[in-house]
Design a protein around this ligand. Sequence first.
Ligand code: GLY
Length: 574
Amino acid sequence: MTHLSPITVFFFILSFFICNSAITQSAIHGVNAIHHPILAYDGMVATQHHEASKVGIEILKKGGNAIDAAVAVGFSLAVVLPRAGNLGGGGFMLVHLAEEEKTIALNYREIAPFKSKQDMYLDKNGEVDVDLFNQSYHSVGVPGSVAGLIGALEDYGTLTLEEVIAPAIRLAKEGFVITHDLEKILIKYENRLRKCPNASKIFYPSPNTFYKMGDLLIQKDLAWSLEQISREGKEAFYKGAIAKKLVADMKNNGGLINKKDLKKYQVTKVKPILGTYRDYEIQSMPPPSSGGVHLIQILNILEDYDLKNMGHNTAECIHHMVEAMRLAYADRSKHLGDPAFVEVPAQGIISKEYAKLLRNKINADVANKSEDILAGEPKDFESEETTHFSVADNKGNVVSNTYTLNFSFGSGYVAKGTGILLNNEMGDFAAKPGAIDAYGLVGGKANAVEAGKRPLSSMTPTIVLKDGKPYLITGSPGGSRIITTVLQTILNTIDHGMNVSDASHAIRIHHQWYPDVLFHEAALNADTKNLLKNKGHNLEVRAAMGSTQSIMIVDGIFLGASDPRRPDAKCIGF
Ligand code: GLY
């Protein structure tokens, strides 16, 4: 072996540090940083509510790993972010285990109750009864969140359920301070929540008044449910005291879920869907989420274009992104559904060869018309709500989790005596193939309602790896816009050299094939808009899109950013 002099070793070590710190500097500052990321060395949690982020950090500081912290965050968000955090909904989690160098995808999406029938949302004229579909006891899918969170803890956590659920019980029992955002959202969704006396009792001080910012929101029934889960585990929810109350509530209100539905609920563990983009690996959620498939499909189409040179949010760059989005969402409507029930050609859709074929359909100068891509019916979006959180520990483990009740506060119904808001996830099925859902998405036969099936989702919890190690952990709410929001966070960092905070702040656009409209946030440059119109795009301003919660890891240093679009969100590191 060659002998190195001490002076050579000294310069070798020095150059290593200089080189690495240069990488970190560029990750912090990006090409031209305006917003600085949160910086930390031991652990990081990014969620849509500061109280839940504090809980995650409390668990990490106690010696818990990223999975312990993520489960604690999941239970806590059910208390402090009632419009999306949940026990009565479902979602998807990616767990990356550093020691085993592997990532597992947990599917804890809701399931259609056994009494479900394909045409159960159609009226006597064969049209979709929108209220029955989206806002009734028939809209509720069998919830998966409790099984999903506990399953993750049992398989990959290190602390007890009692330890990770304690902060959520505390927040429900002692209350938490109502923020300006929660005050406003409870006013906005008054009709949805006041229609249910159980919900009204929790979220409003009296029939005609509202809570104000600074008031405490105490949720005694929810604390009771969390205590049952803490003592009995998931059995409490699927077979025990909570199950009894859920089933009684369903019976009293004509709901579909029965004892057998709850007892049979299973989380499934699968491999993430895998792709590459330039020098990076992409790991995301496979079907029944459409998120990972179409994220990778769009990245594959775009990989051949020099987006960096086109420039961020220039008309040329947006045009190519939109044309790729249009093609992907057309495929979504036809091919995507629950793979346990239908054949989903996921590997074909994410192949580089298919991307090459699709690129042939893109004209650099002129926008396609969606009607030429595949037939469909235009319709507008409705509101939506979901929430994402990202967690990283100092051992290299990371969690990327997106879960939801579907709409804000789901169905708006709370099962009597439980404090648990029930989802309206059945609304993510195609009530009638070819019809459009609440997000304006066209649903195909593959996503038709069937007993025991999971509705198609757009949730896209994602981990981007560099040299085999997690580099970017991200995800977002936003219904159909989730996929394009995650896409833009990735493009902003990889192609446009932004740091994670600038990438989260940057103006977003969205296209989903139908309606044939290029949606954009208000601040998109007027020159860009004019050039896009000249290419044939129909532009429309939309409210802020998404709420990414992202962590970037560079040289073992955590750089994080919570999306500024939601005021209660907070990324905390230590
Ligand atoms: N409920 C929204 C989604 O799963 O995509």
